[in-house]
Write a protein that binds this ligand. Structure first.
Ligand code: NAP
Length: 254
């Protein structure tokens, strides 16, 4: 099924040092892509991501920066292209999560969430599209969340939910702005997923609730995000743009 191949393509993945972003960066290489792996400068996991990609016989580089800084992203795209070639694909996955009651949430906590989870995705898309648009080809997947369209019972994260709703609609808006220039933009919205964030002993009880609330009775493995993202980036999705693909084990059906 060559239409799913990402062979001979160059990708940039943000948040590639941990969790879903790390697995996706490796997954794109499994589909044949060379991958530039972007994360915060002190990312403990980025070297392992690069090593895993190289073990698949693909090229990879580590890029350090902050998605809230436009210059970091412009430099990262330039470095990626200098090392690997013209950028074809991007997955914008960097994000944070935390919680606080809305009526007490300090403005700084709200603002930091929006800066990283929403403005960070906008700035990433902007830097990536700048090089893709003149070539009239490219595909971008932004990682949103089912929290962009539902409210997680018992989790006080109005700022997070709002940021993810923004990512879904930002992706649709950019898809339409760039549809005539050959660029596709979609989002993937994971449900509860086993990442370092959800594997800590102190959230063990909360995780049991995540599992029982999910129709499939479990959280997603990070591996289960690879297929949907590779599909949306690949030629198999050549007529798919402006879509939010839920990968939630049926959560939104209940
Ligand atoms: P994770 O393991 O914490 O990975 C997030 C990565 O983003 C980390 O490597 C983190 O770096 C990096 N990052 C954070 N702030 C950044 C910044 N300002 N600039 C550059 N990189 C930054 O989390 P995850 O669970 O894999 O989540 C990945 C994405 O999936 C997020 O957008 C999240 O909202 C979304 N998502 C997750 C779930 C879930 O259940 N896990 C469900 C739905 C959606 P550090 O670790 O160094 O801080």
């Amino acid at each position: 099924m060559d239409i799913f191949s990402l062979g001979r393509q160059v990708a940039l993945v943000t948040g590639a040092g941990s969790g879903i972003g790390q697995r996706l960066a490796i997954g794109l290489a499994e589909a044949g892509a060379d991958v530039a792996c972007f994360d915060l400068p002190d990312s403990p996991g980025i070297a392992a991501t690069v090593a895993a990609i190289q073990a698949h016989g693909c090229r990879a580089i580590a890029l350090a920066g902050n998605v809230t800084q436009a210059d970091d992203l412009v430099s990262a795209v330039a470095e990626a292209e200098a090392a690997l070639g013209p950028l074809d694909l991007a997955v914008n996955c960097a994000g944070i999560a935390n919680a606080a009651p809305a009526e007490e949430m300090p403005l700084a906590q709200w603002q930091r969430m929006l800066d990283i989870n929403l403005t960070g995705v906008f700035l990433s898309c902007q830097a990536e599209a700048k090089v893709m648009l003149p070539r009239k080809r490219g595909a971008i997947v932004n990682i949103a969340s089912m929290s962009g369209s539902i409210v997680n019972r018992g989790i006080l994260q109005a700022h997070y939910n709002t940021s993810k709703a923004g990512v879904v609609h930002l992706s649709k808006s950019l898809a339409m702005e760039w549809v005539e220039q050959g660029l596709r933009v979609n989002s993937v919205s994971p449900g509860y997923t086993s990442t370092p964030m959800n594997l800590r002993p102190e959230v063990a009880e909360q995780v049991k609730r995540f599992e029982s609330e999910t129709p499939m009775g479990r959280m997603a493995a990070v591996d289960e995000m690879v297929g949907p993202v590779v599909f949306l980036l690949s030629r198999a999705a050549s007529f798919v743009t402006g879509v939010d693909l839920l990968v939630d084990g049926g959560f939104e059906c209940w």
